[in-house]
Design a protein. Structure first.
Length: 166
């Protein structure tokens, strides 16, 4: 992601979450803070043929960063997966999730964690049909009224000798 895309990605993220994020939602500012996420994590962007952002996800390489919502040293995380609403259901989100799985494997992680708002039924269905399993022990409320449920994808044995160059 390039800094000149921050504004477009923030708008995209808010559009994708609009069903669960109103103008007064306490999570709204967090969703729009693309520059903040990019400072400590890898923000991935899917572009259309014209170079316009149509999807985004934040890959969190491990615990201990501003973006990590977990403390498992063998895990990586995926946050704020968002796809342009008119393009949802066309595989953009799954491609972004696959990119996070590939990065987690590259980083030698054993599992990939994502949290979703409880009311985001479509997103939760995607995670469940992609092999993620519910882990209620990871559920939490980062802000009053923002109820996040946890999903975990087991990646198998650590690949500590993985090539991390690219």
């Amino acid at each position: 992601m390039r800094p000149n895309e921050y504004g477009a990605v923030a708008e995209l993220t808010l559009r994708a979450y609009l069903g669960g994020v109103g103008a007064s939602d306490p999570y709204r500012a967090r969703l729009a803070d693309v520059a903040g996420r990019a400072a400590s994590s890898e923000v991935l962007v899917a572009l259309d043929d014209a170079g316009i952002p149509i999807g985004t996800v934040t890959y969190v390489a491990g615990p201990g960063t501003a973006e990590s919502e977990f403390d498992d040293p063998e895990a990586a995380g995926m946050r704020m997966l968002a796809v342009e609403p008119s393009l949802q259901g066309r595989g953009v989100g799954r491609a972004l999730a696959r990119a996070c799985v590939e990065r987690a494997l590259r980083d030698g992680r054993r599992r990939l964690i994502i949290h979703a708002r409880r009311e985001m039924a479509a997103a939760r269905r995607i995670y469940e049909t992609s092999g993620f399993e519910r882990d209620s022990s990871g559920d939490f409320e980062p802000l009053p009224g923002v109820d996040l449920v946890c999903y975990v994808l087991e990646l198998g044995e650590s690949v500590s000798g993985a090539d991390t160059t690219g």
